[in-house]
Design a binder for this molecule. Structure first.
Ligand SMILES: Nc1ncnc2c1ncn2[C@@H]1O[C@H](COP(=O)(O)OP(=O)(O)O)[C@@H](O)[C@H]1O
Ligand SMILES: [Mg+2]
Length: 512
């Protein structure tokens, strides 16, 4: 039996023993404020609820990083819906892959889509809405000469800077297109009517190349020509009607290439920046507008992109920028260092974890956990306005958002098979899928308004290394008919061979 012996001890000796050490987390006061912010989730160590509040932060910008399926878009969706219901903050989403658009519609928001019927006229420098045009003080927009240099800047960000001679000729052709429509180059355009199009500028360049056999004119033509599509020639998209209008998503997924998407996003960003400045500073207006740029790495990488400008000036105009990407290498250091809120979801990049532990003064014991983060778990670093407060990193166990209840629908031939999300997740788990793989499958469903083609699911499972017989038994267990299974496997096989499904003459599917 042990004997308890009392001993005299100096308080300095006890202090050295560090019996009670407060874990590295901001104080409950800094995490919760007056509970007037947007609720995010609870901290992992002390289980304190975290309310994000722009009033206590150095700026309202957020940057989320993490591998695909780690929960970035879920976090952004949760955040913008709560900011809208709490502060009436509008959100404009540049929806790269179309994953936000069905969700925005579900919440009663608006979706603007680029389609073959149009997007916007690239050369329209007014971007005023019809009502703004009628009003006494219309939003004038930029002068054509300013707009031309913006288009050329955006093009050189997208496809690399052309030769200076070709650039000069492209500039001259674009300016001539305005002049031919009798539009002054130096005065801001008041209306979007009678604006030239890219096709007009291309005609001018083609004539020049033909007449004087000018190789630079031909080069300039080649640089502009890929963007001469219906998406950039006409259309109803007007930034004026999209800011301050609740939840709005601009669906860029219908555009043909990443270069088209980047160009559209860069030009839209220019208009957003201009509108932000026009609307002026707004003391006490709260957080007016959120701009979301998710996965658009091409436009987030370059410091010359207007995203960086919006980020630098956003605070004084009450604009918040939310960016998300899979790796920090895809995001310009200006974005990373100017976002007061950094949310790092699961990441397996050892380099990045090391970089983080140095730059955020984050103990390795914390960064090492990032590799094993569950879906929705994230490391937060917030830069508080109040000097002297602890602003080191802390872990949020799970972003506490509303998981949609709509069942998933699997499209197999002409059938639409409804299956509960938990049910399918359980079956995938039993087949040996990891939680990260399951959340990638979930992501495929969510991206397309909770629906997925069975062939796409089978291709994804095959990419995870699942055997065909496992996929076959999964499809059978959820009542996909054999005829549809045959079709799914022929599509899968054709994709592997790089041919069309119709050109397969014989396909054998057998259960091992
Ligand atoms: N905090 C969370 N709580 C519940 N489900 C989540 C959470 N975060 C993500 N998910 C689910 O995981 C899947 C992938 O999340 P998503 O946000 O699309 O990942 P990412 O944008 O990082 O690729 C989605 O089906 C989403 O509903
Ligand atoms: Mg995402």
């Amino acid at each position: 039996m042990g004997v308890l012996k009392l001993q005299t001890c100096l308080s300095s000796t006890i202090a050295r023993r560090r019996i009670l050490l407060r874990p590295a987390e901001p104080s409950p006061q800094d995490l919760m404020g007056n509970c007037q912010g947007v609720y995010i989730g609870r901290t992992k160590t002390l289980n304190v609820p975290f309310y994000w509040d722009w009033r206590s932060l150095a700026n309202p910008h957020i940057c989320a990083i993490g591998m695909t399926g780690s929960g970035k878009s879920f976090f952004i969706k949760t955040f913008i819906t709560r900011a809208f219901s709490q502060w009436k903050t509008s959100a404009l989403i540049l929806d790269w892959s179309g994953e936000y658009s069905p969700w925005v519609l579900n919440f009663g928001g608006k979706v603007a889509t680029f389609s073959k019927n149009g997007g916007f006229n690239l050369l329209d420098c007014s971007h005023a809405t019809a009502s703004e045009r009628k009003s006494r003080k219309p939003h004038a927009g930029a002068a054509p000469e300013v707009h031309v240099s913006r288009i050329l800047n955006a093009l050189s960000l997208v496809s690399g800077a052309p030769n200076p001679h070709s650039l000069r000729l492209a500039k001259e052709a674009l300016e001539s297109a305005y002049k031919r429509k009798k539009i002054s180059l130096h005065r801001p355009a008041k209306s979007g009517k009678n604006m030239p199009t890219l096709a007009d500028a291309l005609k001018i360049l083609k004539n020049k190349a033909k007449k004087s056999r000018n190789i630079h004119a031909e080069e300039a033509w080649l640089a502009l020509e890929p963007f001469c599509t219906p998406y950039f020639s006409k259309g109803p998209l007007r930034i004026g009607s999209m800011l301050g209008s609740g939840l709005v998503s601009i669906n860029l997924s219908g555009l043909e290439t990443d270069a088209h998407r980047s160009l559209a996003a860069l030009v839209l960003m220019q208009f957003i920046k201009e509108r932000m400045r026009e609307e002026g500073q707004s003391e006490g207006a709260g957080m007016r507008q959120i701009i979301v740029v998710d996965e658009a790495w091409k436009i987030m990488q370059d410091e010359r992109s207007d995203i960086v400008q919006i980020l630098r000036e956003g605070r004084k105009y009450s604009f918040s920028l939310i960016t998300a990407s899979q790796t920090p290498a895809d995001i310009s250091p200006a974005i990373l260092s100017n976002s007061a809120t950094l949310a790092i979801f699961r990441t397996i990049f050892a380099d990045f974890r090391q970089q983080l532990s140095k730059s955020l003064n984050c103990p390795e014991s914390i960064t090492i956990q990032m590799e094993k983060f569950a879906v929705g778990q994230a490391l937060f670093r917030i830069a508080l306005r109040r000097p002297g407060a602890y602003d080191g990193p802390f872990i949020i166990s799970r972003i506490d958002g509303e998981v949609p209840s709509k069942p998933w629908s699997l499209e197999a031939g002409k059938m639409n098979i409804k299956i509960g999300r938990d049910e399918l997740k359980k079956r995938l788990w039993r087949l040996g899928c990891t939680s990260s793989q399951i959340s990638q499958v979930a992501h495929l469903f969510e991206k397309n308004d909770c629906s997925l083609k069975a062939a796409e699911l089978a291709i994804q499972l095959c990419a995870f290394g699942l055997s065909r017989s496992s996929t076959l038994s999964l499809l059978r267990s959820i009542n996909v008919p054999d005829a549809a299974i045959l079709e799914i496997f022929s599509q899968m096989h054709a994709r592997t061979l790089g041919v069309s499904a119709g050109s397969l003459s014989d396909l054998v599917v057998y259960d091992e």
